[in-house]
Design a protein around this ligand. Structure first.
Ligand code: SF4
Ligand code: SF4
Length: 325
């Protein structure tokens, strides 16, 4: 372990003296582990104080996950445990989250924003509606992760070391080694490669202060009806309906693709899918017998958990990169 407090100048801008990071991700992408590794580095290697924690939905894989990190100087205690609402560094693991989360809420003009994407920074700015004055870091973390056969979290940590340059790259690399050596020694080197590529292959863009997209101050959402104004009795005019439930925002970049030639219509995938996305249809087979046959995947309702791919005994389902972010 090494500590290097003299080198670590925290560019804090809030009244508590903390540097705050918010990670927006999807369960299964490893944001929680990345936040723990970063806090580890800050505490064990840089001599800072730090905390990290994550908030999950009811089911971890395939649902939005937010992870938070707060860092402070060694002589400053951290007594705030609430979610980060005004991040100095906003990290977006998947661009599809723009459909379901207010990603820019609380982000100020001096903040830094990292986005995992193969798109250009100019395109990303318009998709996410990034206000002027922000520094945008775009990295194809998913592409790198696929090539290095790792999860994208360590690649994103590489880009974080570039954006938050007070976090020394070598110290962060030490932490990744420490974390992976314990449980997955074979994955140490591929993850270090992903980390270094995340540091080197980032595109950095200073978003012009042109007023194109306004700042979005933090505000909490209040329900329109409460105990004071809820009508007594009445009808539900707009009932919830799962037909409207588009789960594309839950996917982390991969979708299952079906190969009809390999399929033996065993139904394993249908039994495994937690969201009933595998559609079978009744048809007559060559011997004139009525049977169920694989028809298609209802991709709108698919959250990309890829359990169907794992369950298929014939590799008739494969995980393919989703192209339309
Ligand atoms: S179709 Fe496959 S990837 Fe999609 S939700 Fe069902 S099991 Fe998961
Ligand atoms: S598990 Fe594989 S082989 Fe069986 S029905 Fe599904 S796709 Fe076809």
């Amino acid at each position: 372990m090494t500590t290097d407090t003299k080198k670590t100048q925290l560019p804090s801008r809030n009244e508590f003296g903390t540097y705050e990071i918010r990670m927006e991700s999807i369960g299964g992408q490893g944001a929680n582990l990345a936040s723990k590794i970063l806090a580890d580095t800050a505490i064990l290697e840089l001599g800072l104080n730090g905390i990290s924690f994550a908030s999950y939905g009811s089911e971890k894989k395939g649902t939005p996950v937010r992870a938070y990190i707060r860092l402070a100087a060694a002589d400053k205690e951290i007594r705030i445990n609430s979610p980060v609402i005004e991040p100095d560094l906003e990290v977006i693991f998947s661009l599809v989250l723009v459909k379901s989360l207010p990603l820019m809420m609380g982000v100020n003009p001096g903040a830094k924003v990292i986005v995992n994407t193969a798109k250009s920074p100019e395109e990303v700015r318009d998709i996410v509606k990034i206000p002027g004055g922000v520094t945008l870091y775009c990295v194809d973390a998913l592409g790198i992760a696929v090539e290095e056969k790792v999860r994208l979290n360590t690649t994103i940590l590489g880009t974080m070391a570039r954006a938050a340059d007070f976090i020394d790259k070598d110290h962060l690399e030490n932490s990744i080694r420490r974390n992976f050596e314990k449980k997955y020694p074979a994955l140490v080197e591929p993850n270090i490669k992903g980390f270094r590529r995340g540091y080197d292959e980032v595109k950095i863009y200073e978003v012009p202060d042109d007023g194109k997209y306004p700042l979005v101050p933090f505000h909490s959402f209040q329900p329109k009806l409460g105990w004071k104004n809820a009508p007594i009795g009445g009808v539900i005019l707009n009932p919830g309906n799962s037909v409207l439930n588009d789960l594309s925002a839950s996917r982390s970049g991969f979708i299952p693709v079906w190969n009809a030639e390999k399929c033996i219509n065993c139904g394993e995938c249908d039994t495994t899918c937690p969201d009933q996305c595998i559609i079978f249809e009744r048809r007559t087979d060559d011997k004139g017998k009525e049977r169920q046959f694989f028809s298609h995947i209802d991709i709108k309702h698919c959250k990309g958990c890829l359990r169907c791919v794992e369950s298929c005994p014939k590799q008739a389902l494969t995980a393919e990169r989703e192209t339309g972010e």
